[in-house]
Design a protein around this ligand. Structure first.
Ligand code: SF4
Length: 502
């Protein structure tokens, strides 16, 4: 029988190796590029102003080292500061990136939570580098949001009234808890460790009551965009309760404005509201600023592609004022597209308005006369109606009138209701009509290809599927780090190619 040598590792024996840390970063890998870009190509002097130890105090861990370590940790799906600290202790690549610099995990935590503004600046610098590599097209962008839970308790959410009720509930629970313990004590039924468990539970309930009551004393009601009260959150009042692919979560929406050419994120912002559409104006302005700072060439008209969350008259008006071509469908768009041409029902947009005669013309060229103002489902609008005789003999009857009756049994012609949302000149109505054309539909079809892989890369491939911080500003900084990491990953092929040429 053949004899083979046994390695010492099999017996569990450790090794003492002489390692050149620099050699651990192999050309062509993400960590090699990270080391090079962050150290030599990105100016990180913006972090310096936070340090006041020029003359006194201990030397600090260089921000460049922390930034490299955090980005490397995130690329491995490691989101907690302790996890990143562990990585720095045990992972040779992390050691090579930090130059085997030891640091406490709180240094990492403080750096992540205390430099949101600076991360924004680094994000733009990374974007500038992406542009230098020729990865940013600057013509078409997709805007979309990723809903992620944050470090906020969903149980501590509610309106003021709901929170008051919850406080009462905790008070009752605490009272019952004490009574139960006293009764057991009187009967001599207290088992070993019962006192500790009782105190632990009491401490938990006291903390909860304390948190809710001080929150109710200090904070006013949280109001939504229309002035109605929305749910507050005791642990992080800037976060919001929202629907996501994984049910209801308490967290933030990480919005990314992504360039079409190479899926480079040109703007990243986290918002603590369930309606991402209301942030479009701010997003467009900050995206423009980022592109200018990154030196992306100006083009005459930029195009944005967004989903139905952004569909509103206000948003379309904002795009028009800024000279941006917007392709934003309404919520019924997919349903309409799914219908075959024969089954498609004529919508209001298919009827043409004649201003002089104040009538509409149907796709069959027949007139729909004005029937005055009318109320429908709480809304008010102008009613127009076709003649019964024309509709009964119309070849497109089934496409125009939704009824189970035979055409001979109907007693009125097709009616259309013109409200504010579909009157001529209304931007929503114009957008619906625009997106029904093949050309625009073709353009819009790129939205999923641009935006969704970016979120899959961040949340699924990298495993960055939650925020570990509280407060909009801190979460925003973390989201910019996630997006920066995505952009750096996109640079890798172009960077490696450039290194080969050099
Ligand atoms: S059913 Fe009436 S309104 Fe509709 S297309 Fe025919 S004629 Fe025009």
């Amino acid at each position: 029988m053949a004899k083979y040598r046994r390695s010492d590792v099999e017996s569990g024996q450790g090794l003492l190796l002489a390692i050149n840390l620099k050699e651990q970063l192999l050309p062509g890998t993400f960590e090699y590029m990270l080391e090079d870009i962050i150290t030599t190509k990105i100016d990180t002097s913006m972090f310096d102003r936070k340090y006041k130890n020029d003359h006194t105090g201990a030397s600090a861990v260089p921000p460049v080292v922390l930034l490299k370590l955090i980005l490397y940790g995130y690329s491995k799906g490691c989101m907690s500061s302790r996890g990143i600290w562990e990585l720095n202790k045990n992972n040779i690549i992390a050691k090579a990136l930090t130059g085997d610099m030891d640091m406490h995990w709180t240094t990492i935590a403080d750096f992540i939570s205390g430099n949101s503004k600076e991360f924004g600046e680094v994000f733009v610098k990374v974007l500038t580098y992406c542009n230098e590599l020729g990865l940013v097209g600057g013509e078409t962008f997709a805007i979309d949001g990723l809903r992620l839970p944050s470090n906020a308790s969903i149980e501590m959410s509610g309106t003021k009234k709901q929170l008051e009720k919850r406080l009462q509930m905790y008070r009752r629970m605490a009272q019952k808890h004490v009574e139960r313990h006293i009764k057991k004590d009187e009967r001599g039924e207290l088992e070993e460790g019962a006192k500790e468990r009782f105190e632990q539970r009491q401490k938990y309930l006291d903390q909860r009551m304390q948190k809710i009551s001080s929150f109710l004393e200090q904070r006013d009601e949280k109001l939504g965009k229309c002035g109605q009260e929305i749910q507050s959150n005791v642990t992080d009042n800037e976060s919001a309760m929202m629907h996501s692919g994984k049910g209801i979560i308490q967290g933030y929406i990480g919005i990314a404005v992504t360039d079409k050419n190479n899926q480079i994120i040109v703007n990243a912002e986290a918002v603590g509201s369930a309606n991402e559409g209301e942030h479009l104006a701010g997003l467009l302005d900050s995206s423009k600023e980022n592109l200018q700072r990154a030196g992306v060439k100006e083009i005459e008209k930029r195009t944005i592609l967004a989903d139905s969350n952004y569909f509103s008259e206000e948003n379309l008006c904002i795009c028009e004022q800024r000279g941006i071509e917007a392709l934003i469908p309404d919520i019924q768009h997919t349903r309409r597209r799914a219908q075959s041409d024969e089954r498609k029902r004529y919508e209001v947009e298919d009827f043409i308005y004649n201003e002089t005669g104040n009538y509409y013309q149907c796709p069959q060229g027949k007139t729909l006369a004005s029937k005055g103002t009318t109320k429908l489902r709480g809304g008010e609008g102008k009613m127009y109606q076709a003649s019964l005789t024309n509709c009964r003999v119309c070849p497109k009857f089934s496409q125009c009138i939704r009824t189970k009756k035979d055409r001979t049994q109907i007693n009125q012609g097709r009616k259309i209701m013109i409200t504010k949302s579909n009157e001529p000149g209304n931007l929503c109505a114009m957008m619906r009509r625009k997106l029904s054309t093949e050309e625009c539909q073709q353009k819009y079809s790129f939205r999923i290809q641009i935006a969704e892989p970016v979120f899959s890369n961040i949340a699924y491939c990298k495993g960055l599927n939650r925020f570990t911080l509280r407060g909009k500003q801190k979460v925003n900084g973390q989201w910019q780090l996630y997006c920066m990491l995505h952009n750096l990953g996109k640079c890798l092929p172009a960077y490696t190619e450039e290194r080969k040429k050099a």
